[in-house]
Design a protein around this ligand. Structure first.
Ligand SMILES: Nc1ncnc2c1ncn2[C@@H]1O[C@H](COP(=O)(O)OP(=O)(O)OP(=O)(O)O)[C@@H](O)[C@H]1O
Length: 835
């Protein structure tokens, strides 16, 4: 049979040491004449020498301690590093070691045969890069000298530090940290070193410092975690941020007292017997030594953590509470490793965020600053070298060997400052929260803000530690708020400027409108004065009743009413107030009531005739003419001796006509529309004249006519005089006259039996024309009363109502005026005769 040749051992190297490349040797021929590149390099080298060197990069120190085999395994060969003359390993033999030192900084892990799955694959792994590898026969002093002494030096120099002992259960962590009375571990040796330093300071009369010692453990309680102070029996401690509230600190006075404190704490620590360790730690134990300083923010803390060793259920076979403890221990160990792994990944690639795994356990929350690279940490890995421990040892080495690549750059006191600042802020926030509990409802928002502020401070502390950016965490937010407020203020200013511009424009428009109104007022006042003067002249030129003696009872009432009407109309100034107008309308209504009594008055049948009537366009002419007609009517009533009914009817119709004319005058004065008003007045006046003209041809009583001529001669002359005075050339007047003449001719052509129908026809034409006039007025009204409407809208409305009333009454009275004119013309001479 052919014997199978063994496969050559394959080695996997973890963390191989990097060797610097040798500098390029210049060519022999170029010694006398340096190349431009070499000159450039020389220049750069000279520049680099002139620039101060950046702080040297320091890596996380990872030590490895191999515990000795138990007594039952002492027959196994010693590690090769201890005895180089011996064969390195006896691979594959039962009871062999799986781990042996391969140098001062490396170990060789050999896969036991029982674990070998594929013989062709590599069987050994070399883990290199440790700060130091301590074989199983290393003493506690060796460990302290290399592992802890540098940390103590830094601590005494004012820098904080952390030492963490990691490893599987039973690997010697507790032994390394605490040791035994005869073989003290790192902690007792550290305390001694500190006191020695204190003594040296006293000798050299240097200022001495006080040190405070605390010891607590984090253990599992059900599915939770708790903190227990191992030095006192006080209340439970609480972890807030990275501060443990309620933790007692004991001042260190001498080494003996300090060691007794440690012993007391060890007695209180949670331990239990497991299959892997008869005195297995069931908690994470943390010891802190704080050096008191005048400057609180720069006080250094030296922390030593003895972690509970990870356990495998298959090996420990824990159940119940032990199993829960195992889960807690393994979980804490895993979180701790994740934190360091995240820090390493973040340092390799800054784009990767620094995961906040520290939140998942109390231990990592407490050691956050160390796990995020802001403070210096040292690891010591405790391993067991037996074959049975291969899995645990392999797992730990593979897990922890990458941590050697974690870098600490530019570690200085700013880390301590930032950390202490966060701690202080946390304490302040806690105090504020306590206060807010009393005043809870009012300050919920503030509380949130403070929480945010705390987080912001933490974030900035991170940045401080890694990037050395500004310590003020509020700067970005404040600058952003400032930018927002600035933009808002600019927008507001722009809007205000626009409003100001519009306001100025409105003020200018108001001023121009005021000036326009002022001009219109002046115009109105001038028109009023002119109208008043015309009225005065008209009344003066027609003495109405001064020389008349109307003694008849029947006509006395009409005479008085007419006199009052004349007085009122004389008093009716254009500038008079509404009260006088109301009084005037009251008088008119009284007259209407009396005139209604004589509705049965019948007009004698008029004969169709035509007469040329003078065109007058001024509104006051109708008033003057009516006064004259009133006088004429009165004299007729008193002298002609007609029947009472005829006289009464004549007087009423005359007064109604007067009423209409006055109403129209008032309307015209109010609206100041001289053109439209004159048209209206002309229409009414000429309508009356046309009626009179139609009556001229009517065959009446010649005697009565003669008497009327005589009696009314004076009044007629006054009318004529007023007509002559007021005749002004208005172009539209002729058309109006023609229209009125047309209506009068129609009335005159009508047969005597159809006199009323003719009147109605004339009335219809007048109404039609009046409607056109109204349209004209309406068309003109906005142009004339546009400004007045804004200030006297109520007055204009009242005027419109009066206008409507007058229009309705004028339509009724127009027929009456026709009848009146017919009666008058019986005794009135033709215009040509009068003149
Ligand atoms: N270097 C060593 N020299 C002599 N004895 C040791 C050494 N390391 C450990 N031991 C012994 O091994 C046993 C277990 O050690 P230790 O309790 O320190 O392990 P551990 O890692 O703390 O375990 P656990 O994690 O379960 O607490 C102890 O009895 C201890 O005395």
């Amino acid at each position: 049979m052919e014997a199978t040749s063994p496969h050559p051992p394959t080695t996997i190297r973890r963390n191989p040491p990097r060797r610097a490349r040798p500098p390029p040797t210049p060519l022999a021929g170029d010694k006398s004449k340096p190349s431009p590149l070499s000159r450039l390099l020389e220049g750069e080298a000279a520049f680099a020498a002139s620039v101060p060197c950046p702080p040297q990069e320091e890596r996380l120190k990872v030590f490895l301690r191999i515990r000795p085999l138990p007594d039952r395994d002492r027959s196994r060969p010693l590690p090769a590093a201890k005895d180089p003359r011996r064969k390195p390993k006896q691979v594959g033999a039962p009871g062999e070691l799986c781990l042996a030192p391969d140098g001062p900084n490396s170990v060789v892990l050999t896969v036991p045969r029982s674990k070998l799955v594929d013989p062709k694959r590599g069987r050994t792994e070399v883990f290199d890069g440790f700060s130091a590898v301590f074989p199983s026969d290393s003493t506690q002093h060796d460990i302290f000298a290399q592992v802890m002494n540098p940390l103590v030096d830094d601590f005494l120099g004012g820098k904080s530090g952390l030492l963490v002992a990691m490893g599987p259960t039973g690997s010697g962590k507790t032994h390394t940290i605490f040791g035994s009375p005869r073989n003290p571990g790192i902690l007792p040796l550290t305390l001694r070193r500190i006191f020695n330093a204190q003594g040296e300071s006293k000798v050299s009369r240097k200022p001495t410092r006080s040190f405070f010692f605390s010891m607590f453990e984090i253990f599992s309680e059900g599915k939770g975690e708790r903190i227990l102070d191992l030095l006192s029996d006080t209340v439970e401690c609480v972890l807030q941020q990275s501060v443990i509230k309620g933790l007692q600190e004991v001042s260190l006075s001498n080494p003996a007292d300090a060691e007794s404190l440690v012993s007391r704490g060890m007695l209180k620590r949670s331990t239990a017997a497991t299959n892997a360790n008869s005195n297995s730690s069931r908690s994470q134990c943390i010891i802190t030594i704080r050096a008191d300083s005048e400057h609180l923010l720069s006080s250094a803390v030296l922390t030593i953590a003895d972690l509970a060793g990870a356990e495998r259920e298959k090996r420990t076979r824990n159940q119940g509470s032990r199993l829960l403890e195992s889960n807690f221990i393994n979980n804490t160990s895993m979180v701790f490793s994740l934190c360091l792994r995240s820090l390493l990944e973040h340092q390799k690639n800054q784009k990767k965020p620094l995961e906040k795994h520290f939140k998942n356990s109390m231990l990592t929350r407490y050691l956050r600053d160390y796990l995020e690279g802001r403070k210096k940490m040292t690891l010591i890995l405790n391993v067991k070298p037996g074959d049975d421990d291969y899995l645990d040892t392999s797992f730990l080495l593979r897990q922890a060997s990458p941590y050697m690549k974690i870098k600490y750059t530019s570690l200085d006191d700013s880390f301590d400052l930032a950390s202490q600042k966060r701690i202080n802020v946390s304490l302040i926030c806690q105090e504020n929260k306590k206060k807010r509990k009393v005043q809870k409802p009012a300050v919920l928002v503030v509380e949130r803000k403070e929480n945010v502020d705390t987080d912001d401070i933490s974030k900035v502390s991170e940045k401080d530690g890694v990037h050395h950016v500004s310590l003020n965490p509020e700067m970005p937010r404040v600058s952003r708020s400032e930018a927002i407020m600035t933009n808002f203020a600019r927008a507001l200013l722009t809007v205000l400027r626009q409003y100001k511009h519009k306001l100025l424009e409105s003020e200018n428009a108001v001023e121009s409108m005021k000036e326009l109104i002022r001009d219109k007022d002046i115009e109105i006042m001038e028109l009023k004065k002119e109208l008043k003067a015309v009225r005065y002249c008209s009344c003066k030129s027609s003495p109405i009743n001064e020389d008349d003696s109307v003694d008849h009872d029947d006509s006395s009432s009409f005479g008085q009413a007419a006199q009052s009407l004349v007085n009122i109309s004389n008093q009716a100034d254009l500038g008079s107030n509404d009260a006088s107008e109301d009084n005037f309308h009251v008088e008119l209504q009284a007259l209407h009531k009396e005139s209604d009594k004589s509705e049965s008055f019948t007009v004698p049948t008029p004969a169709p005739t035509g007469g040329a009537m003078p065109a007058s366009s001024y509104s006051d002419q109708s008033f003057t003419e009516d006064d004259a007609l009133l006088c004429l009517n009165t004299e007729q009533t008193s002298t002609v001796g007609q029947s009472d009914e005829e006289t009464e009817e004549l007087s009423k119709i005359t007064l109604e006509n007067k009423d209409i004319q006055l109403d129209i005058n008032i309307r015209e004065e109010k609206h100041h529309e001289s053109c439209s008003s004159s048209q209206q007045v002309n229409f009414d006046t000429e309508g009356t004249r046309s009626s009179e003209a139609s009556l001229l041809g009517t065959v009446g009583s010649e005697k009565k006519l003669e008497e009327l001529k005589q009696k009314s001669g004076r009044c007629v002359s006054a009318v004529e005089k007023a007509n002559v005075e007021l005749e002004h050339g208005i172009d539209g007047g002729q058309a109006l006259d023609e229209k009125c003449d047309h209506a009068s001719a129609k009335a005159a052509k009508a047969p005597p039996s159809k006199g009323r129908e003719a009147d109605e026809t004339a009335d219809t034409d007048k109404e039609a024309f009046g409607s056109r006039t109204e349209k004209t007025r309406r068309r003109l009204q906005p142009a004339a009363a546009m400004l007045l409407r804004e200030f006297t809208g109520a007055d204009i409305d009242a005027d419109n109502e009066r206008e409507e009333r007058g229009r309705s009454s004028s339509s009724v009275a127009t027929g009456r005026s026709d009848a009146l004119v017919q009666l008058l013309m019986k005794g009135r001479p033709v215009r040509g005769l009068a003149s």
